[in-house]
Ligand binder design. Structure first.
Ligand SMILES: N[C@@H](CCC(=O)N[C@@H](CS)C(=O)NCC(=O)O)C(=O)O
Length: 217
């Protein structure tokens, strides 16, 4: 089993983290020739990363990949507890996909479209407040006392709050959300968090290097 993509992408990292939280270290690499070759588009017609390869089975879309890995890999459950606990983990992950990550996208594009950054920062602050409310009381991990699909989804997105802080003050937006701030502090200090931060930092350095980096986010 392997994952096509680059680990700077929060979507690729989500798939990798889901496997790692279950005790599996899947290889991750860009597909030969990039994301738009006829061969890769036959596996993932959207031409995006990640795409999971499991034998002759190919699966795009990080949320679906993470749920598939939860089903096929042995190891601790990433959807533990009762139906309500599982729904909570899924809700936080879905919120990240639909509201949090899109708010970050204009900040990635700040070099090309700096005018869009102030509105993006406002949207990001609003999304963090909504996430704090959805999450409710702080727990050791995002949705309970063990890592879930919510942590695998949120952690690679929160990396960018730290990474963009010097330029845009993004980490400060977290100060208004004490539960999330506490969770993120613990998550990035965990073994998987420290590894993730190192890998995404390396990917971001390559991405930001002028004219040399493959597009990774
Ligand atoms: N909904 C997709 C989003 C994947 C996505 O947008 N990936 C970006 C990298 S962060 C990508 O492949 N961009 C390259 C492109 O669109 O050409 C998922 O969850 O897997």
């Amino acid at each position: 089993m392997r994952i096509f993509g680059g680990l700077l992408s929060p979507y690729v990292m989500r798939a990798a983290l889901a496997a790692r939280f279950k005790g599996h270290d899947l290889p991750v690499a860009m597909p030969e020739g990039g994301l738009k070759t006829p061969g890769y588009l036959a596996l993932n017609p959207m031409g995006k990363m990640p795409c999971l390869e499991d034998g002759d089975f190919h699966l795009p879309e990080s949320a679906v990949i993470a749920e598939y890995l939860e089903e096929v890999l042995d190891g601790p459950s990433l959807l533990p507890g009762d139906a309500r606990a599982r729904a909570k983990a899924r809700l936080l992950a879905r919120f990240a996909d639909l509201y949090l990550a899109p708010a970050l996208t204009p900040i990635f594009r700040a070099r090309e479209k700096p005018d869009e950054v102030p509105a993006a920062l406002e949207a990001l602050g609003k999304a963090l407040g909504q996430l704090e409310t959805l999450r409710g009381a702080d727990t050791a991990w995002a949705a309970g006392d063990q890592p879930t699909l919510a942590d695998a989804t949120l952690m690679p997105v929160f990396f960018f709050l730290d990474a963009f802080d010097a330029a845009f003050g993004t980490a400060k937006l977290l100060e208004a959300q004490p539960g999330l701030a506490a969770w993120w502090g613990r998550a990035k200090a965990s073994d998987e968090g420290r590894r993730m931060v190192a890998e995404q930092s390396a990917g971001l350095a390559a991405f930001m290097a002028p004219n040399t980096a493959p597009r990774a986010a």
